[in-house]
Design a protein around this ligand. Structure first.
Ligand code: CP
Length: 301
């Protein structure tokens, strides 16, 4: 069971999680990945609530599919259709659902710090489905699973994470998880989209250097989190920081392209690359289901 900062039974992040535990989750995901069409009954009778206080397609639906494939009852909560729209707090909402007898909650939140606070007050296990720019642990696990499945091992690989690092929970969770698993992580970002507090864990390199990697992981430009004017224009961003077809050709022949989605086509990544043979973007999405099955099963077992 994952213990995060002494809070208990919740799955809040990858920082501080051991390589042994990460390997166990990835191995269990590999087990579930063998049976993509099967429904198991390992969580029969359990109720898992998906609480999304921020929009989602990949995470929300892959959690729901994972829950159903494990035989659990998936209950979906959307803030806009709930009493949150009448001013009810996040804590009161989660506490209300807990009082109804749920077994676990999958939760996505905009503000950083609220999840840690909730985890100290809520007894049922909470699984982080993305909190602000802090962590998105199941996304990083599915990224790590995709890398391990492609290369056989994560240890010794060089992974370049390129783009809007400052607003990215995906970059942070991948940094913690991949580093623990023995990969070398480097960042490449425009100066105003860097996260200086992470510089002691990963060096910032030029685009030319970042392309010399085993894995090139592009990040979405998170315009909804930007103060005005953080990028000049989509064209300028693509020209200076995007993975263009020309840049793809400079990558080593064995290197793969990743992106957590959703994608801004022709901004951080060229349209032609999204479904290119070297792109793992839709493979990553497919891996979301077995990886989340492994996490839910672990939290509830
Ligand atoms: N990668 C990711 O978290 O996508 P969603 O926002 O669609 O869940």
């Amino acid at each position: 069971m994952t213990q995060v900062k002494g809070i208990g039974r919740h799955f809040l992040g990858l920082k501080g999680v051991s390589s042994t535990e990460l390997t166990e989750i990835l191995d269990r995901a590999a087990f579930w990945d063998q049976y993509p069409e099967k429904v198991a009954d390992v969580l029969k009778g359990k109720f898992v609530v998906n609480m999304f206080f921020e929009n989602s397609t990949r995470t929300r639906f892959s959690f729901e599919i994972a829950e159903r494939r494990l035989g659990a009852e998936a209950v979906n909560f959307t803030a806009a259709e709930s009493s949150v729209a009448k001013g009810e707090s996040i804590y009161d909402t989660v506490r209300t659902l807990e009082s109804m007898g749920i077994d676990a909650g999958v939760i996505r939140l905009k503000p950083v710090g609220v999840l840690q606070e909730l985890a100290g007050k809520i007894r049922v296990p909470l699984i982080n489905a993305g909190d602000g720019n802090n962590e998105h642990p199941t996304q990083a696990l599915l990224d790590m699973y995709t890398i391990r499945k492609h290369f056989g091992d994560i240890r010794g690989l060089t992974v370049s994470i390129i783009g809007d690092i400052s607003h990215s929970r995906v970059a942070r969770s991948n940094l913690w998880g991949l580093t623990t698993m023995g990969a070398k992580v480097r960042f490449c970002a425009p100066p105003n989209l860097q996260a200086p507090e992470l510089a002691e864990y990963a060096s910032y390199v030029s685009m030319e250097e970042a392309l010399r990697a085993d894995v090139v992981m592009m990040l979405r430009v998170q315009l909804e989190r930007h103060a005005r004017g953080m990028i000049e224009s989509a064209e300028q961003y693509r020209r200076d920081w995007g993975l263009t077809v020309e840049r793809l050709e400079k990558m080593p022949p064995h290197a793969i392209v990743m992106h957590p989605g959703p994608v801004n086509r022709n901004v951080e990544i060229d349209d032609e690359i999204v479904e290119h043979p070297r792109s793992k973007i839709f493979t990553q999405m497919a891996h979301g289901v077995p990886v989340r099955m492994a996490v839910i099963e672990r939290v509830l077992s």
